[in-house]
Design a protein around this ligand. Structure first.
Ligand code: PEP
Length: 249
């Protein structure tokens, strides 16, 4: 079964280092049936366009401004990344929520801007360790979904991937148990069904992210009803990431 494999570079690698990465990834993923996406720093997009356009690999950014254009010093718009060939953006990553104080309200605004500009969106949701220990994880993720999807239409969900990323598992080496991941994926589908329709709940793309690596990816990506993976640290190793992307799941 085809899967969606998304790499998140975060603020790693220099533009000059990305060229050889992109060339290797393009070569090593040739012929894969999986959807392969790399979300790179803005500074790498031009090279991504040059090297990856003819390959199976799509590329995107890790954030966009909620604004379209104008006096927003230091911001990058959806239109700008689209012009460089990006087809995706990640929105609402837990690092942006925690370190840049992005709220569900802002995340919602950014999702609308991305979709209105023809970008596909990876929307991150997930709970803190404390929320999980307090047995509030399901209620927390459900509310996040309700808030960030406000005003998004059902026909736009084809351009949406929901990434379940428990915050305590991102970049920590700790992975949620397959049972907990499966439970949360089911909850996400159920909530999409409540918000939209049974069909939408069934068709929505849901991936897991949080400390996936070469030794645990098979077990996680094979979980029932999971469409793929969002991979941070481990995507920086192009050989390992390519192997995950090439896998016939
Ligand atoms: C991420 O950045 O979205 C992520 C899942 O990171 P890591 O794989 O390093 O936990």
């Amino acid at each position: 079964m085809e899967k969606i494999i998304i790499g998140n570079f975060k603020m790693n690698t220099k533009p000059s280092e990305f060229k050889s990465y992109a060339m290797t990834l393009a070569t090593k993923t040739k012929g894969t049936k999986n959807d392969v996406i790399v979300c790179v720093p803005y500074t790498h997009l031009e090279t991504a366009k040059e090297i990856l356009t003819e390959s199976v690999v799509e590329f995107g950014a890790q954030n966009i401004s909620e604004e379209i254009k104008g006096a927003f010093t230091g911001e990058i718009s959806a239109e700008m990344i689209k012009d460089l060939g990006a087809t995706y953006t990640i929105i609402g990553h837990s690092e942006r929520r925690a370190k840049f104080r992005e709220t569900d309200r802002l995340v919602n605004k950014k999702i609308k801007t991305a979709l209105a500009n023809g970008l596909k969106v990876v929307i991150c949701v997930g709970e803190t360790l404390q929320t999980r220990q307090n047995k509030q994880a399901s209620a927390f993720v459900k509310k996040q979904l309700d808030d960030v999807l406000k005003g998004i239409y059902e026909n736009e969900l084809d351009s949406v991937v929901i990434a379940y990323e428990p915050i305590w598992a991102v970049g920590t080496g700790k992975v949620a148990t397959p049972k907990d991941i499966q439970k949360m994926v089911e909850l996400i589908r159920k909530e999409i069904e409540n918000l939209y329709s049974e069909k939408a709940g069934k068709n929505i793309n849901v991936v897991y992210g949080g400390s996936i690596n070469l030794s645990n990816y098979k077990k996680i990506i094979s979980i029932d009803q999971i469409n793929g993976a969002l991979i941070g640290g481990a995507c920086l190793d192009v050989d390992g990431f390519s192997a995950i992307c090439r896998e016939n799941y």
